[in-house]
Design a binder for this molecule. Structure first.
Ligand SMILES: *Cc1c(COP(=O)(O)O)cnc(C)c1O
Length: 429
């Protein structure tokens, strides 16, 4: 496979942009490779600037559940663009998207649109702090909520219960307000509440963790969080940026029957354009400006192109049995992949939920961040490169989630199974 043009573009990009990219994981550092530059993408496929085609399991990191360049979504965006690209004034599509989301996720009575998941998570925390009059938050190791200061925090060592920054530039004093708990371990949260219960504004969690690779929640653990936060008067925030409209038409909260106080959305609800949102009960959301005093604003928030792409995407998803079809196809693919791995006698673990999955190179169950860190990332890197050469594009890091889209079909699945088989032979040589 020839990737000369990608390599040349990456060399030039590195002169103008830190690491050659506008978001770190795209640079392929975690798999020690060179990123490919995309020329165009359609359905389940991306095509690079050298003309190579790949079956795509990144899906722009989750938003593209309908596949790339869905004709109806593209048409809606183009038609909107002829009327204007931004008004900075109210526009009807904002109501349409808000009402579609609220109907699908009943805990969201009111919603505020922003431009990214990062912005939504950051704003939700501000609102939770204002609503409770408390400053501390609880976050889980390995969960990602965008790159606001309060979330770039890991556990302190030893007896330290407050967190420490994971990035230079995050003040230690900010980190002190973020307490770190262990995913799927309710006791770790109970311990934090025993010590700091009256100071905790909110517990924030990805109800299905998708940013340490896919880690499935224990349903009792999630229900336990709901009970604990109610007991202490803290808010429960579900970050459904990935899971919103991914596992079903609605949130993962619909599936586990838990009503969080606030929900964070992004990715799919923007239909491939930049969108984030946070929402919850009227009681809490009415504190957001201008109805309330909690300030939060955005020049391009509720952007008509993004709202239109989101509305069109949700309408298409609602129309059909897409979620059943995705379940059937992903079930088939993962079943076959497991056989392929076993035939190669390799240690592996595949976590799957709906159309999301991660292949981990490990000998143990992967149910929290410690288990994730024990995976063989070197082997994943080699696997990733070998797969790329076979025309299959997996996320360029072990700790990410693969996504199928409605555009993937049996042919893609079968080609992927063959490609994985060949890739595993190559990395075992
Ligand atoms: C992607 C993601 C975010 C951040 O969204 P951006 O739009 O990249 O800022 C937040 N939370 C979760 C769970 C995500 O997967």
């Amino acid at each position: 496979m020839n990737t000369d043009r990608s390599e040349e573009m990456f060399r030039i990009a590195c002169q103008y942009m830190p690491g050659g990219v506008n978001s770190p994981v795209r640079a392929f550092k975690a798999v020690k490779g060179n990123p490919i530059f995309i020329k165009e993408a359609r359905g389940s496929q991306v095509i690079d600037v050298d003309g190579n085609a790949y079956i795509d399991y990144v899906g722009s990191w989750g938003p593209l559940i309908l596949g790339h360049s869905h004709p109806q979504v593209i048409e809606a965006i183009c038609s909107m663009a002829t009327k204007g690209t931004s008004f900075g004034a109210p526009y009807e599509a904002e109501i349409e998207l808000a009402s579609l989301i609220s109907a699908a996720i009943p805990s969201i009575e009111m919603i505020r649109m922003v431009n990214s998941g990062t912005e939504a998570a950051m704003s939700a925390i501000r609102l939770a702090r204002a609503y409770t009059g408390r400053d501390k938050i609880v976050k889980f190791e390995g969960c990602y909520h965008g790159h606001a200061d309060s979330f770039l925090i890991k556990a302190g060592s030893g007896l330290l219960t407050s967190g420490v920054p994971t990035s230079p530039g995050v003040p230690a004093r900010t980190a002190e307000l973020t307490l770190i708990a262990t995913y799927n371990d309710l006791q770790s949260v109970i311990d934090l509440f025993n010590e700091h219960g009256q100071e905790i504004a909110a517990v924030i969690i990805e109800p299905v963790a998708g940013n340490m690779g896919l880690v499935i929640p224990d349903s009792e653990f999630l229900h336990g969080l709901r009970q604990l936060t109610l007991k202490y008067g803290s808010l429960l925030i579900f970050d459904e940026v990935i899971t919103g409209f991914r596992a079903c038409y609605g949130g993962f909260q619909n599936i586990v029957a838990i009503k969080p106080d606030l929900t964070i959305l992004g990715k799919i609800i923007g239909g491939g354009l930049p969108v984030g949102a946070y929402g919850g009960s009227r009681e809490i959301m009415k504190q957001v400006a201008p109805q309330g005093d909690v300030y939060q604003a955005g020049t391009l928030s509720g952007n008509p192109l993004a709202m239109t792409a989101g509305v069109e995407t949700l309408k298409i998803l609602a129309e059909n049995d897409w979620y059943d079809r995705l379940e059937v196809l992903t079930y088939y693919l993962i079943g076959k992949l497991k056989t392929v791995f076993e035939n190669h006698g390799l240690y592996y673990e595949i976590n799957r939920l709906a159309s999301m999955f991660t292949v981990f190179f490990t000998e143990e169950l992967v149910d929290n961040y410690t288990a994730v860190l024990n995976c063989d990332t070197e082997k994943y890197g080699a696997f990733h490169q070998a797969l790329l050469n076979e025309g299959v594009y997996f996320p360029p890091a072990q700790f990410e989630t693969c996504f199928l889209s409605c555009a993937h079909d049996m042919d893609d699945a079968n080609k992927t199974i063959e490609a994985v088989n060949r890739a595993l032979s190559i990395i075992q040589e």
